[in-house]
Design a protein. Structure first.
Length: 238
């Protein structure tokens, strides 16, 4: 039994190490993408279990390219991932426009949607598992971005996060502020979340702005401490 457990652990480490080499880059082979995504997901869930053995997140990544690109489905327990070849042209043009070229647009897509946002969606799965519901749309996204940035730091992916940060600043600077004067951004996205999620320029303004704020927030602890604080807070609420 000890040998079996050790072997499974070794296989997990090997698969994760292999997956990390290509993650944060654009995928053209769906099978390769899903193998890597599955390894990343297993590692994330294992890291959560190390901190909280009783927290069992039932979630699997699947390939399902939609205009939303990447999202967590709480009812089905899936993280839906996109592949570039099936992304609709208007969204491709969005990345080309903000990146300044087709090459840069593909680079941005790979960094964020074949990279950063997987643990972001797993953060939503964590929240849904522990709380049984979501709260404020804007605050839920802040939490997921915090989880993702802290988890990637735990994995040592500082270079890739820095690249995401630089691109986020470049894109954010080009996006018009959709929030009406006198209205708080939290209120705006709370009331208009569904519509905002369908517009990459509006949703990008929120997501890239949040990424910048969370990345620059030096008050955040490491992933394990943040997770412990979150779980303790939810326990106290109950």
């Amino acid at each position: 039994m000890k040998f079996s457990t050790s072997l499974l652990l070794l296989l997990l480490i090997v698969n994760f190490s292999w997956a990390q080499k290509k993650w944060f880059s654009l995928y053209t082979d769906s099978a390769v993408e899903m193998t890597a995504a599955t390894a990343m997901t297993k590692k994330f869930l294992a890291d959560v279990q190390k901190v909280s053995p009783g927290t069992n997140i039932k979630v699997v990544p699947i390939l399902n390219t939609t205009p939303y690109l990447i999202y967590y489905d709480g009812e089905k327990g899936t993280v839906n991932l996109p592949i570039w070849g099936k992304v609709i042209d208007p969204i491709k043009q969005f990345f080309f426009k903000l990146g300044g070229s087709e090459t840069e647009g593909k680079r941005i897509f790979g960094l964020f949607f074949n990279g950063f946002y997987l643990p972001h969606e797993l953060g939503h799965a964590l929240q849904y598992t522990v709380k049984g519901k979501f709260s404020s749309p804007y605050e839920d996204e802040v939490f997921a971005n915090q989880i993702a940035i802290l988890w990637w730091r735990k994995q040592g992916r500082h270079k890739e996060l820095e690249q995401c940060y630089q691109y986020a600043k470049k894109m954010y600077a080009q996006l018009p502020n959709p929030v009406p004067a006198g209205q708080r951004i939290e209120e705006y996205f709370g009331k208009n979340y569904e519509a905002a999620a369908k517009d990459p320029f509006v949703y990008g303004y929120m997501q890239f702005g949040q990424f910048i704020n969370v990345y620059e927030d030096r008050s955040l602890p490491n992933f394990d401490s943040f997770l412990q604080q979150f779980l303790k807070q939810q326990s106290n609420i109950r």
